[in-house]
Design a protein around this ligand. Sequence first.
Ligand SMILES: Cc1cc2nc3c(=O)[nH]c(=O)nc-3n(C[C@H](O)[C@H](O)[C@H](O)COP(=O)(O)OP(=O)(O)OC[C@H]3O[C@@H](n4cnc5c(N)ncnc54)[C@H](O)[C@@H]3O)c2cc1C
Length: 282
Amino acid sequence: MKVAIVAERVGGQVKETVGIENLISVPETTGSELADNLKTHLLRYPVDLLEHRKIEKVELVGKEKQVTTSVGEKLTTPALIIATGASWRKLNVPGETEYIGRGVAFCSHCDGPFYVGKHVAVVGGGNSGIEAAIDLASICSRVTVFEFMDELKADQVLQEKLRSLSNVEVFVSSQTTEVIGNGDKLTALRVKDRKTEEERVIELDGVFVQIGLTANSGVFRDLVETNRPGEIVIDAFCRTNVPGIYAAGDVSTVPYKQIIISMGEGAKAALSAFDDRVRGNI
Ligand SMILES: Cc1cc2nc3c(=O)[nH]c(=O)nc-3n(C[C@H](O)[C@H](O)[C@H](O)COP(=O)(O)OP(=O)(O)OC[C@H]3O[C@@H](n4cnc5c(N)ncnc54)[C@H](O)[C@@H]3O)c2cc1C
């Protein structure tokens, strides 16, 4: 089979990660090292790598899929694997972007181990925020939760578990307005009480922003079925509702958004495409 990859950049979210310690068989690596290794491995195969462009449009022409890129190329293919990932929703406050990976984190399973014994905040009181706070409370000295609304949105059972933990405190009606650092790493958060308008600065070692993840599926939403948060709906073979279009990793409905899951899903989608092609289904 002839294979081409269209990629805005090789590495994706991994490039935003400083330390990775949960990729089975690799005890410790960094985001840039892993991304470089992926690229080196990829280039050992006869794959056309079309980097630094985005897919802007996909149209169905009979059974074929016609892909238009941001530099005007048109690629026609019987099988398309969408692996455009997701973007964490950001707070969009001063200091946030500057301290990503240096105190500002988005994935508690991934980055939690870097904060053992430390004081962290979780911004967001939905299910993912409260789950993150519960996980972090078992390894951090103190966890402070800030929720923008007047009450937590997480399921009752999670809220009860959270309240049973002695090292967790929760503030509702709280708006995070600034990430403060010393140039090297985050040192504090500025938070405003939305009722009293009073602002205070809370010193901490890290903040986990848990206000949602958005699937990068916008370009494909008119083409394939997506769920309410915009994830592309797939079956156990990574097939979408359109024959010959597959989705893998964070852009899809696969549970657990992690590197090892995405790698496995990418392999699965490729095997499904191969299988469907050799069986004459696409
Ligand atoms: C700060 C941070 C730390 C993390 N730490 C860990 C960790 O330690 N361990 C772990 O297991 N997981 C971690 N994760 C999660 C992990 O990075 C993701 O689950 C994984 O990268 C998802 O891989 P993916 O290939 O599905 O998507 P992505 O990594 O999001 O890659 C998608 C790629 O598609 C490109 N793209 C998007 N739209 C288009 C388009 N229209 N055309 C062309 N290209 C497009 C993007 O630019 C990107 O390069 C972390 C995530 C973040 C943000």
